[in-house]
Design a protein around this ligand. Structure first.
Ligand SMILES: O=C(O)CCC(=O)C(=O)O
Ligand SMILES: [Fe+2]
Length: 312
């Protein structure tokens, strides 16, 4: 008989009170974040910068969005691959998602809202902008901690202002029958960082370094913080983007909010602090958006596309 203990992701308390630390405890906390990312490529964050009301309101407006006719949702076409509408894909028939680009700005979100509701939907726009800004604050904290822990505050400061945010409200249909069903194929994110929050139904699985799939069980108030391929290259491979998939069981639809950060109009370079004899340079300077296009056109069948794209 195998062990009944399921492997679990680390849970890190990033609530305001818990971060209100003297400087040596702050450094320890930063190391906790870095170590979780180095070991698993992700962790569960407890975060109090998102009120229950805002979270609930966001899932509510996203359910309204998915109720729109498919031909309306399909109007969300973007230049960047995977940021537009994806639905009714034969390989992942349960999965549906729409990307809202520049979502932390009223202008970006209004452009999307006008496409979906030409008559306007101010409640949708306002809710989604507020939600994304609150998650962007979590990103600010996490990245500050990563930068502190590696001693790369300055290099991070130089790319921070080029962060672009895409929110992807995502829905998984309930599967027919009782079998586990694939919601999303195993993949790594092509983003810099990803922040996931789910409504109530589990389904996300992370591939650990030993090859085992970890079923992620996280409460609706917390977030899964995950490294993307771009962070893997930026950290010279210290943090690896984890392979993950979604398996849907049970009889409920699953709703997820994913905020994806990417670095736009700025070449990402490995900070010199992360290169030494023990850690020779592994990645050439690269453009996060060009990488996303590369993945869509040529990199899709590559075993490790970021290494194919800019690995040394
Ligand atoms: O649904 C989830 O929990 C994860 C979705 C995901 O991996 C993605 O959108 O890239
Ligand atoms: Fe993903």
């Amino acid at each position: 008989m195998g062990s009944s203990t399921q492997p679990k992701l680390p849970i890190i308390d990033l609530t305001t009170q818990s971060l209100n630390l003297n400087s040596s405890s702050w450094v320890t906390k930063c190391e906790e974040v870095r170590s979780a990312l180095e070991q698993y490529g992700c962790f569960i964050a407890l975060y109090d910068g998102m009120s229950r009301e805002l979270r609930d309101a966001t899932f509510l407006v996203s359910k309204e969005l998915f109720k729109l006719p498919t031909e309306v949702k399909a109007l969300n076409i973007t230049e960047t691959p995977y940021h537009g509408y994806i639905g009714e894909e034969p390989l992942v028939p349960l999965y549906e998602t729409l990307g809202i680009e520049d979502v932390t700005t009223t202008q970006g979100t209004d452009t999307f809202t006008k496409l979906m509701w030409p008559e306007g939907n101010q409640n949708f726009s306002e809710t989604v902008v507020m939600y994304s800004k609150a998650v962007a604050k979590l990103d600010e904290t996490v990245m500050k901690m990563v930068a502190t822990s590696y001693g790369i505050e300055e290099p991070y400061e130089s790319i921070r202002g080029s962060t672009a945010y895409v929110l992807k409200p995502t829905k998984y249909l309930r599967p027919q029958g009782n079998e586990k069903n694939l919601g999303v194929l195993p993949h790594t994110d092509k983003s810099f960082m990803t922040y996931l929050q789910q409504d109530e139904v589990n389904g996300l699985e992370i591939k650990a370094k030993d090859g085992e799939w970890i079923e992620v069980d996280y409460p609706p108030s917390s977030f899964v913080v995950m490294a993307g391929d771009a962070v893997m290259a930026w950290t010279n491979g210290r943090i690896e983007a984890p392979t993950h998939r979604v398996m849907i069981t049970g009889d409920k639809e699953r709703y997820v909010m994913g905020l994806f950060t990417s670095i736009r109009d700025h070449i990402i370079q490995v900070p010199q602090q992360l290169v030494d004899e023990d850690h020779p340079l592994q990645f050439r300077p690269f453009d996060n958006y060009k990488y996303m296009h590369f993945f869509y056109t040529e990199g899709i069948h590559s075993e490790c596309p970021i290494v194919t794209y800019c690995g040394i």
